[in-house]
Design a protein around this ligand. Structure first.
Ligand code: ASP
Length: 307
């Protein structure tokens, strides 16, 4: 039985500066088109999500792969994860240095199947074992982020959570959720975390249920925003859980955001696909970058031209 595919990709939620709008719009569109082609050709939801996220990792506009934020020591440390909704298989990596596409490493963790989550030097060791080439850590650093880091060092009192407030120039975490023609769901996510984070800091993104979740019986969700708050309410799983009883995805996200705001005053954006291929996007930051097309033929993208 073949069903209509659905796909949403996002490039973070925050106050996107006007001169970055085009790059965010284009980046999301290009990643979406690659993922959509893969689904249209009969590819799996997992492959489509991985492909879209890998393209976003390669785009220095976003806080993932090359172009990610630097930590307090001035290094790039990356987190990534993906999940299949049919088997509930997971692959995640965190605090990884010198890997340009951590989503590919997370995929290898998933395919290997003996563990679900590898961090730091252990993840690097595994990368070598499965033949994923490392890169010089400096190759992931772009001048924009080096400048931001220098300013944070000079200011001396930089707080990573301030980056999610209004008028802060920051790139975004990237992610994708999909349903393929066989009705299988998947999610993928990748991030450099928050700017000027402590060495070894891990946010919501690679934590199952927090930054990502996929279950063919309900739906798949991918989050972005201030990770410490998102993790406290396990936002991805909460969003998926709210679909129970065949609830509309928009209504499910409304309830999940109500919990996020009431319990932890969190700032976030979420993309959600349900098992019927309906998609909803919600955020309580000034902007969110995304592109989607659902199984009912609805499509959307942001930031809009006029924003
Ligand atoms: N949620 C990510 C983190 O806290 C950051 C983001 O989504 O922009 O690591």
């Amino acid at each position: 039985m073949s069903v209509q595919p659905a796909l949403a990709v996002h490039g973070g939620a925050w106050d996107i500066p006007v001169d970055w709008l085009e790059a965010h719009r284009d980046g999301c569109r290009i990643a979406f088109e690659a993922g959509w082609k893969s689904l249209a050709d009969g590819g799996s939801a997992l492959d489509a999500c991985e492909e879209a996220v890998r393209i976003l990792e390669d785009d220095p506009t976003f806080d993932a792969g090359r172009g990610a934020f630097l930590n307090r020591e001035g290094d790039v440390e990356l987190d990534a994860a993906l999940m299949r909704g049919d088997t509930l298989d997971i692959g995640a990596v965190a605090a990884v240095r010198g890997i340009a596409n951590p989503i590919q490493l997370a995929r290898q963790v998933l395919e290997d199947g003996s563990h679900i989550f590898l961090v730091g030097s252990g993840a690097r060791l595994f990368a070598r074992e499965v033949g994923i080439a490392g890169c010089a850590p400096a190759e992931l650093v772009v001048p924009r982020e080096l400048d931001r880091w220098k300013q944070a060092v000079e200011a001396g009192n930089f707080r990573p959570d301030s980056a999610f407030g209004p008028s802060q120039k920051k790139g975004g975490t990237v992610g994708a959720v999909a349903r393929d023609q066989e009705g299988r769901l998947a999610v993928a996510i990748s991030t450099g975390g928050s700017p000027f984070k402590r060495v070894g800091r891990v946010g919501d993104s690679p934590l199952v249920g927090c930054g990502f979740y996929a279950d063919d019986e309900l739906g798949a969700a991918c989050c972005t925003g201030l990770g410490e708050a998102i993790a406290k309410v396990v936002l991805a799983r909460l969003s998926v859980e709210e679909l129970r009883g065949d609830q509309e995805p928009e209504a499910a996200l409304k309830r999940a955001f109500e919990v996020l705001e009431r319990r932890v005053k969190g700032l976030a954006g979420v993309i959600l696909v349900d098992r019927r291929g309906r998609i909803a996007v919600d955020f309580n930051t000034p902007h969110m970058a995304y592109t989607f097309r659902d199984a009912q033929g609805r499509s959307g993208s942001a930031p809009d031209q006029g924003e």
